[in-house]
Design a protein around this ligand. Structure first.
Ligand SMILES: Cc1ncc(C[n+]2csc(CCOP(=O)(O)OP(=O)(O)O)c2C)c(N)n1
Length: 636
C-alpha cells in the first residue's frame, strides 16, 4: 500500500516503490496538482509535464545528498510533493505558505533558490567544483527546460563545464514550449534531435549493459565497460552538446518511467558532463492544459471541470493597455518594432505579434541580448519598444547603460510588473528598477499611475530621439485618476498631452496645506485613498503624482514644500536609491522642510497577495494615512 501524498512522501519511499506503484503515484500527483493550483493559481502545465521525470529523479538520485537544481524553479511542485511537503501543499504561493519556487529556507531538498531562467548549469557546475575540491562524492543534477535553454548563461556554463570534465548531469525537459512556442535555432536543433533514431541505438546498447546491474540505483555497476562502449557508439558529430564536451543521451520519452530510470541510472554512472534529452508534453494529463499550455503555464484560480478562470479581470491590465497602444503607434510609424524576451503574451504583445509578425522580435529568454539587439536596431534607424518585466530587466543592466543610454539611442524600455507582484514572490518583485535606472545619464524615466497616463507616456517615448523607460505595475490599470471624485475640484489635475512641452512635469492631483504626498506609480492610487482618509481627520493633504522620475520636477516639489513643510514620498521600489532619496537630497540642507519616505525595506519581500504585502509593510492606504497623521499631529 503506497503512502498518500498528504502523509508526506519522501525520496526514501520512492526508492521502495515498484513500477506499478510509481505509475499510481503519478496519477495521485496529477490530481493533487490540478486540485491545488485550481485554488491557489500557479504554474500548472509545466508541472503536469514533469511528473514522471521528477519521480525518476527521486528514484535514481539520492537527494538531498545528491544536489538537484531546478532551472527557473516553477516546475518544482512535484519535487515539493515528493520531498515531504504534501501536507502543506494547499498553502502553495500563499502568504506564509509554501513558495512556488525552490527555497533553501523551506527544505533541505531545495539546494538552490531559483526563479530567473537559465542559471542552473552554472550553479550546478559551481557545486560540482566545490564537491571535487573537497574530495566529496555525490551527483549534481541541473533540470532545465528547452525554453530556459535559450538563455545565454547556459552556453557560458556549458563552455566552461565541457572543458573541466567535472561530473555534472543536465536533464533537459523538452516540451517544445517556453511560455508559448519556443523560438530560435536551438529549438530547431532540438527538433532535429527529437526526430532522430539515436535513442534506439542507445537503447539496444543500454539493454546489454544494464542487464548486469542488479538493482537500479545500486552502486554495483558491473556493466561499466559495456556502457562506456554504448556511449562511444551513440556519439555522432553534429550534436551541439557533444561539440561542447557533453555526452548526449536521448532523445527519450519523458513520460516513460522505465526509460527514464534506465537512462538516468546510466547518466549517473558516467561521472562526466552529460545531458539527457527527455521529450515531454506540457500540461500532460489535464486536457484544458494540454490544449492550451500557454494559458496554463501560469494560471490564476480556475474551475477544474471546464478549465475556465474563476475571475476574469474587470478592467484592462497595464500590459494590455501597453500592447494596444504600441500597436496603434506601430501602425502609424513603420520604424517602430516590438522586442520581447520570451514573454509575448505576458507583456501584452499577442495582438501585435498576430497583426505585425515581422515587426515583433522574440529574443528568447535572453534579456541582455534583447536590449543590445534593440540598441543595434535603433542605431540603424528603427525605434524598438523592449517589453521586459522589471525583475528580469536586472539581467540587462550593463546593456542598458553602455549599449543604449551611453549612445543616446532611441530605445524605449517598457518595464512591466514594476513594484510588488504578489504570489510569485521574492525572485519576481520588481522593486529595484528605480534605484538602478535613476543614475543612468540620458534616460527619460516615467511611472504612470493609470492607463491613460501609460498611453500618453508611451506616445511621448516613441517620439523621443533618445532612450526612455516607462515602468508600470502588475494588474489592472485604474480609471483615469484625474477623474476621481476627490480630484475633480482641481483644475490642474490632468497632465498635458504628450506633444506639450510641459509633459515632462509632475501633476498635482489634489491641493492641500498641511502635508504633501508625492506618489510614484501604483502608490498614487493608494495615496489618493490615504488623502480621503486624512481629510476625514481634518488634515489637508496635497497629492503630487510624480509621473516623471527623470528629469526630476524639483520646482513642483519645492513649491509644495514651501507651503506644507512636510513631504512624504511613496513609491513601490526599495528605499535604497529610490525616488524618495532624490527628494530627500533636494531638501538635505533645509531646516524647514522635513522629508519622510514610504517604500519597500532593505530586505527580500516574500510572497503573498499585493494587498497583503502592502498591509504588512505599511504601504496600504490606511497605513500610509496613519503614518502621515501621526507625523502631522506631531506624534511621530
Ligand atoms: C530571466 C527570466 N526571464 C523570463 C522568465 C519568465 N519565464 C518563466 S518560465 C519561462 C519559460 C520556461 O520555459 P521552459 O524552460 O521550457 O520550461 P517549461 O515551463 O516549458 O517547462 C519564462 C520565459 C524567467 N523566469 N526568467
Amino acid at each position: 500500500m503506497i503512502k498518500k501524498i498528504e502523509e508526506g512522501i519522501y525520496p526514501s519511499d520512492i526508492k521502495k516503490m515498484d513500477r506499478e506503484e510509481l505509475e499510481l503515484l503519478s496519477y495521485e500527483i496529477r490530481d493533487k496538482l490540478i486540485s491545488t493550483v485550481a485554488e491557489t493559481g500557479g504554474h500548472l502545465a509545466s508541472n503536469l509535464g514533469i511528473v514522471e521525470m521528477t519521480i525518476a529523479i527521486h528514484k535514481v538520485f539520492d537527494a538531498p545528498r545528491d544536489r538537484i537544481i531546478w532551472d527557473v524553479g516553477h516546475q518544482s511542485y512535484v519535487h515539493k510533493l515528493l520531498t515531504g511537503r504534501g501536507s502543506g501543499f494547499s498553502t502553495l504561493r500563499r502568504m506564509n505558505g509554501l513558495s512556488g519556487f525552490p527555497k533553501r529556507c523551506e527544505s533541505i531538498y531545495d539546494t538552490f533558490d531559483t526563479g530567473h531562467a537559465s542559471n542552473s548549469i552554472s550553479a550546478a557546475l559551481g557545486m560540482a567544483a566545490a564537491r571535487d575540491l573537497k574530495g566529496e562524492d555525490y551527483d549534481v543534477v541541473a533540470v532545465i527546460g528547452d525554453g530556459a535553454l535559450t538563455g545565454g548563461m547556459v552556453y557560458e556554463a556549458m563552455n566552461n563545464a565541457g572543458a573541466t570534465d567535472s561530473g555534472l548531469i543536465v536533464l533537459l525537459n523538452d516540451n517544445e514550449m517556453s511560455i508559448s512556442q519556443n523560438e530560435g535555432s536551438m529549438a530547431q536543433h532540438l527538433g532535429k534531435l527529437r526526430s532522430s533514431e539515436r535513442y534506439n541505438n542507445l537503447k539496444q546498447n543500454l539493454k546489454k549493459g544494464l542487464r548486469s546491474i542488479p538493482v537500479v540505483g545500486d552502486t554495483l555497476f558491473g556493466g561499466l565497460e559495456v556502457l562506456r562502449d554504448a556511449v562511444k557508439y551513440t556519439m555522432v558529430p553534429g550534436v551541439l552538446f557533444e561539440e561542447l564536451g557533453f555526452v548526449y543521451l536521448g532523445p527519450i520519452d519523458g513520460h516513460d518511467l522505465g526509460e527514464l530510470i534506465e537512462v538516468f541510472t546510466y547518466a549517473k554512472m558516467l561521472k562526466k558532463p552529460v545531458i539527457v534529452h527527455c521529450v515531454t508534453k506540457k500540461g500532460k494529463g489535464y486536457l484544458p492544459a494540454e490544449k492550451n499550455p500557454s494559458k496554463f503555464h501560469g494560471v490564476s484560480p480556475f474551475d477544474t471541470e471546464t478549465g475556465m478562470l474563476k475571475k476574469e479581470s474587470e478592467r484592462p491590465s497595464y500590459s494590455s493597455v501597453f500592447g494596444r497602444k504600441l500597436l496603434t503607434i506601430a501602425l502609424e510609424k513603420p520604424e517602430v518594432i516590438a522586442v520581447t524576451a520570451a514573454m509575448t503574451d505576458g507583456t501584452g504583445l499577442k495582438e501585435f505579434a498576430d497583426l505585425l509578425p515581422k515587426r515583433l522580435f522574440d529574443a528568447g529568454i535572453a534579456e541582455e541580448h534583447a536590449v543590445t539587439f534593440a540598441a543595434g536596431a535603433a542605431a540603424n534607424g528603427l525605434h524598438p519598444a523592449v517589453a521586459i518585466y522589471s525583475t528580469f530587466l536586472q539581467r540587462a543592466y550593463d546593456q542598458i547603460v553602455i549599449d543604449v543610454c551611453m549612445q543616446n539611442l532611441p530605445v524605449t524600455l517598457c518595464i512591466d510588473r514594476a513594484g510588488i507582484v504578489g504570489a510569485d514572490g521574492e525572485t519576481h518583485h520588481g522593486v529595484f528598477d528605480i534605484s538602478y535606472l535613476m543614475p543612468v545619464p540620458n534616460l527619460t524615466f516615467f511611472a504612470p499611475s493609470d492607463g491613460e497616463e501609460l498611453e500618453k507616456m508611451l506616445e511621448y517615448a516613441m517620439n523621443l530621439d533618445g532612450p526612455c523607460a516607462v515602468r508600470y505595475p502588475r494588474g489592472e490599470a485604474p480609471e483615469p485618476l484625474a477623474e476621481k471624485r476627490i480630484f475633480l475640484q482641481n483644475a490642474s489635475s490632468s497632465s498635458a498631452s504628450a506633444s506639450d512641452p510641459s509633459f515632462l512635469k509632475s501633476r498635482t492631483l489634489l491641493s492641500g496645506s498641511d502635508v504633501t504626498l508625492i506618489s510614484v506609480g501604483r502608490m498614487t492610487e493608494i495615496c489618493a485613498e490615504s488623502c480621503e482618509i486624512l481629510s476625514s481627520y481634518g488634515i489637508s493633504a496635497e497629492l503630487i503624482d510624480a509621473r516623471v522620475l527623470k528629469p526630476f520636477d524639483r520646482e513642483a516639489f519645492v513649491r509644495s514644500a514651501e507651503k506644507t513643510g512636510i513631504l512624504f514620498v511613496a513609491e513601490d521600489n526599495v528605499l535604497s536609491g529610490g525616488f524618495g532619496s532624490y527628494v530627500e537630497d533636494l531638501f538635505a540642507q533645509s531646516t524647514r522642510v522635513k522629508v519622510y519616505r514610504i517604500a519597500w525595506p532593505d530586505e527580500f519581500i516574500p510572497h503573498g497577495t499585493q494587498e497583503q504585502l502592502e498591509k504588512k509593510y505599511g504601504m496600504d492606504a490606511v497605513s500610509v494615512a496613519e503614518r502621515v497623521r501621526e507625523t502631522v499631529e506631531g506624534k511621530a
